[in-house]
Design a protein. Structure first.
Length: 404
């Protein structure tokens, strides 16, 4: 039997007690029953809005200001920075989009969009990209730390975006920092987009019904789609929304809600993402909600230590994306996110497409399974998005979006 372990060392005792409740070897996974898919998409979305994420806020007044255009990466790309300025309820918020478009193109191009964790400058070696100052949140807990990069720290996570490779493959690619939508800490409400729609009193209510951070981030994804639809170089019928980890959870929620999204990509999204909740392994609701209650609506807390009893599950959410395309990736060493649980839920969801993935075997690291409708890919390595992810994703997306 594999020894239990936890990915962070030297945890305080009371936190270690929470961590020790998690099942981290297969022999400890309790019996569970997989829930069936639900054909009523609206009912599925209502359940997840009411019980997990909160409803994504509506669109509001948006003004676009394009600036800092230029030729980049030795002539293979065009850079645009677009300020997306929103107004509602006497409140104004700005999201800063970084967009790269292939310089050589014969027609409108498909476009990837994803939120980033550390600021736009961290995604690229393009040192002309604007740095936006911010107020750093201070916390004694590493899980609440604000890791956005300071001025000059270009390209620290460029491998996660691989912009040059994406451009050479014939795709545009865009990003916004998730902190523009909701700063990722418990006190993030005031600086988030949520005051466009809700009061602080509504946010602080014990039985809060306004959405959490994941729906605020998903709102940013949907508004990015609004923006991309107004760019003459972008094919609005071929927009792909992707995300890693908590932003993979976000991508799934955005993709299920917005039928303009042609493909949804989840990478290492774990609990409340692509991982089956009822398969109680790795990161569970107790651990996630100890740190991240503000991602969700309060009702989800009713199922702490009752993961196998949750009356809805992630395969139902992913199936709501059908008939549009779904791509889910895991990493073989990312036990916290439970690759087998991610695959199991994706395989169940694949029935909604009648995809070959519905009868596939769990692939070994470095391999994938499925078809044009639903693909699952298992990367070698730990929790991350790497050039290996982009190699497989671009090959898959290229077959679908570039071969007509």
């Amino acid at each position: 039997m594999k020894e239990k372990r936890f990915p962070k060392a030297n945890l305080p005792e009371y936190i270690q007690q929470i961590a020790d409740k998690m099942n981290t070897c297969e022999a400890d996974v309790p019996p569970y029953q997989a829930l069936p898919l639900i054909s009523d998409r609206k009912a599925v979305l209502k359940t997840f809005a009411d019980e997990m994420y909160g409803e994504i806020p509506p669109a509001c007044e948006m003004k676009l200001v394009t600036k800092n255009e230029g030729i980049v990466f030795g002539g293979i790309g065009i850079r645009k920075e677009i300020d997306m300025i929103f107004s509602n309820n006497g409140v104004e918020r700005t999201l800063h989009m970084l967009l790269y478009i292939p310089a050589k193109r014969q027609r409108k191009v498909p476009c990837f969009f994803g939120l980033n964790f550390l600021g736009n400058i961290a995604t690229t070696h393009d040192t002309e990209v604007t740095f936006y100052p911010f107020r750093r949140y201070q916390s004694e807990f590493v899980w609440h730390a604000d890791r956005r990069v300071e001025a000059g720290a270009y390209g620290g996570k460029a491998d996660r975006w691989d912009f040059e490779k994406v451009l050479k493959a014939g795709f545009a690619s865009a990003t916004i920092c998730c902190f523009d939508c909701f700063p990722d800490h418990p006190d993030g409400f005031d600086e988030s987009i949520l005051p466009l729609f809700f009061s602080r009193k509504e946010w602080d209510a014990p039985e809060r019904r306004c959405p959490g951070a994941i729906s605020a981030w998903a709102w940013g994804c949907l508004r990015a789609v609004d923006c991309l639809l107004q760019q003459p170089e972008i094919d609005g019928e071929r927009i792909i929304v992707h995300g890693l980890s908590r932003l993979g959870k976000t991508a799934l929620w955005a993709g299920a809600n917005d039928e303009r999204i042609a493909m949804t990509v989840s990478i290492c999204s774990g609990c409340c993402g692509a991982k089956m909740t009822r398969r109680h392994f790795g990161e569970d609701l107790g651990w996630l909600l100890f740190w991240r209650k503000y991602w969700f609506v309060p009702g989800i807390c009713d199922f702490i230590d009752r993961d196998t009893e949750v009356p809805y599950d992630q395969q139902q959410l992913m199936a709501a994306i059908a008939p549009r395309k779904l791509y889910v990736a895991s990493a073989d060493l990312d036990e916290f996110a439970d690759p087998l649980g991610e695959f199991t839920a994706t395989r169940l969801a694949a029935k909604a497409w009648k995809s070959s993935l519905a009868s596939a075997e769990f692939p070994a690291a470095g391999n994938g399974a499925g078809d044009d409708n639903v693909r699952y890919f298992m990367r070698k390595g730990e929790h991350n998005c790497t050039p290996e992810n982009w190699d497989d994703l671009l090959a898959h997306a290229g077959k679908i979006f570039l071969n007509d």
